[in-house]
Design a binder for this molecule. Sequence first.
Ligand code: MLT
Length: 265
Amino acid sequence: MPQINVGDISLNCFDAGGGPPILFVHGFPLDHSMWRQQLDVFAASYRVMAPDLRGFGQSGATGGTVLMEQFADDLAAMLDALSVTEPVVFCGLSMGGYVGWQFFKRHRSRVRALIQCDTRAIADTPEGVANREKLARLVLENGTEPVAAAMLPNLFAAATTPIRQAVIEETRQAMLRTNPEGIAAASLGMAARPDVAAELATIDVPTLLIVGEHDRISTVDEMRSIATRIPGSVLSVIPDAGHMSPLENPDAVNKAIAEFMATIR
Ligand code: MLT
């Protein structure tokens, strides 16, 4: 996959298909492969781009704190480097969704529509911030293993089938191979992310919200409250899925995305 120079680092980006562009932005602490059930399906009708964010997957990393604003600016620089001038449908999951709010705010003219999956608009509580700081220290001192152990139990609905168990194991492997410096920097960046709840009313592009019915991190109620604030937005609740709905119930997620894309073509 091509490495795209965005200034101080380069980003690894899946880029396939043709037609209106969709940008898939992964969650924490994962990489573009979390969209593997979507990429080829949508590349049949759209140009599909799915980068590894700064510090994740095969992309370059920087230490310290990486703000959601920085991730958003990296994506805009990546689109410039790829000569993508047509506004994109931005599809982010969880941390990818936090980046989505900032991408909309900072690069409004580049956004055709938003698909925000299993994400939140409010900032962290003080306890949440403390947990992020703890996780940043933990991963720098002890590596990715304890991060995977701490995070995995909250990401998925019950592992009742062998297929689900395989998906969980693949996700664990993605976490284990992530750069600890990248995880720490994004964790501190999420801790510092702004509360955007009051800005949701200004979103004036078509917006689809997707949430797994069993999501324990960004619950259905929380996503419903985001939906009520974004004018004209649509909420799709995905059965038999938790926080990782695109991996857990790809058929239902792909149907929701395809139907939404049909309405904006
Ligand atoms: C994610 O899936 O990106 C994370 O759960 C986001 C978070 O920790 O808030």
